[in-house]
Write a protein that binds this ligand. Structure first.
Ligand code: AMP
Ligand code: TRP
Length: 334
């Protein structure tokens, strides 16, 4: 039996991924690669929609790919590749843009937020068509499911609409994908400001646990995390967001139930709890960090792995694109 297809990706927009990316994306992906034929991309074309230094983009692309692998995405099993290595993405995005309504694209809340934040002069057309490129990513692979955070749900809904529109206008070329939205228990908040999601764009470093942080630095960040005055290790997202976030991280990294962790630390202070969590964080990420740095020390080997995975991806993508070109009436080149 062939397995259903899964597609997801992340932008290469930081030197290190953080614990939110790890728990919210990579851990889920790692688990799903058993039951799905999975495609995971580093979406470097999407990253061009933000101001980014060329040399830094190249470096962050390798780093992001290396962290996928170090976290357990297996390039021999799942197809892990760099978006720009498969030309069909940009080509399908063009065709899809011709069946996307201007008003439809203009309703995307992420675009509205970003363009309001940057101002009209700094808002490029790529930012506007970003969701169309994302639809191309997904549709090229006849994807069944797309695991994403809830901020990306609207983009996957647009992808579904475009797939259905194309299929009914030109004949069926695409599988219509289903979004699988990240569970609340996989959402990680800032250690200093537990009302906000942990994010690479946070004001201060102190609240972000980077996967590639030196272990001593991670331990220190955990010890300094914001808690409350109650002194009891208990999950309550409303009144104890700091402690609850630490419990979520503890639980996600150990696979233990929150209740069992609460029991273990009952009657003990936050100091003990944080020490325990710091050990969990260090023992999880020290090997991930080491594996990542090892791969980055041999970029030629990493580049070879990415190239052979891109070949595998292109085989699937090129077949879909050829079918689309035929269906819309582009003259086939002999
Ligand atoms: P981003 O860093 O926003 O580009 O997100 C990349 C991936 O990591 C997406 O799948 C997000 O859902 C996930 N992610 C980002 N931040 C968090 C967070 N604080 N908690 C859980 N998942 C996150
Ligand atoms: N836009 C997604 C994000 O910001 C990244 C992404 C690009 C993606 N293409 C994708 C996610 C295809 C899932 C499927 O997180």
């Amino acid at each position: 039996m062939t397995k259903p297809r899964l597609y997801s990706g992340m932008q290469p927009s930081a030197d290190s991924l953080h614990v939110g990316n790890y728990i919210g994306a990579l851990l889920q992906w790692r688990e799903l690669q058993d039951s799905y034929e999975a495609f995971f991309s580093v979406v470097d074309l999407h990253a061009l929609t933000q101001p980014i230094e060329p040399a830094a983009l190249r470096e962050m692309t390798r780093r992001t790919a290396a962290q996928y692998i170090a976290a357990g995405i297996e390039p021999s099993r799942s197809t892990l590749y760099v978006q720009s290595h498969v030309r069909a993405h940009a080509e399908l995005a063009w065709v899809l843009s011709t069946i996307t309504g201007f008003g439809e694209a203009n309703r995307m809340t992420q675009f509205k937020d970003k363009s309001a934040r940057y101002g009209a002069d700094a808002t490029n057309v790529g930012l506007f068509t970003y969701p169309v490129l994302m639809a191309a990513d997904i549709l090229l692979y006849q994807t069944d499911i797309v695991p994403v955070g809830d901020d990306q749900k609207q983009h996957v809904e647009l992808t579904r609409d475009l797939a259905e529109r194309f299929n009914s206008r030109y004949g069926t070329a695409f599988t219509v994908p289903i979004p699988v939205i990240q569970k609340e228990t996989a959402r990680i908040y800032d250690l200093q400001n537990p009302a906000s999601k942990m994010s690479k764009s946070a004001e201060s470093e102190a609240g972000i646990l980077w996967m590639l942080d030196d272990p001593a630095v991670s331990a220190k960040k955990v010890m300094r995390a914001v808690t409350d005055n109650e002194g009891s290790v208990r999950y309550d997202r409303e009144t104890k967001p700091g402690v609850s976030n630490l419990l979520t991280i503890y639980s996600a990294l150990t696979g233990r139930q929150v209740a069992s962790i609460e029991d273990e630390y009952a009657g003990r202070g936050y100091g003990d709890f944080k020490k325990g969590l710091a050990e969990v964080v260090v023992s999880e990420f020290a090997p991930v960090r080491e594996r990542t740095l090892e791969m980055l020390a041999d970029p030629a080997e990493l580049d070879r792995v990415l190239a052979s995975n891109a070949d595998r991806a292109a085989e699937v993508a090129d077949a879909t694109l050829a079918d689309v070109y035929d269906k819309v009436g582009l003259l086939r080149r002999v």
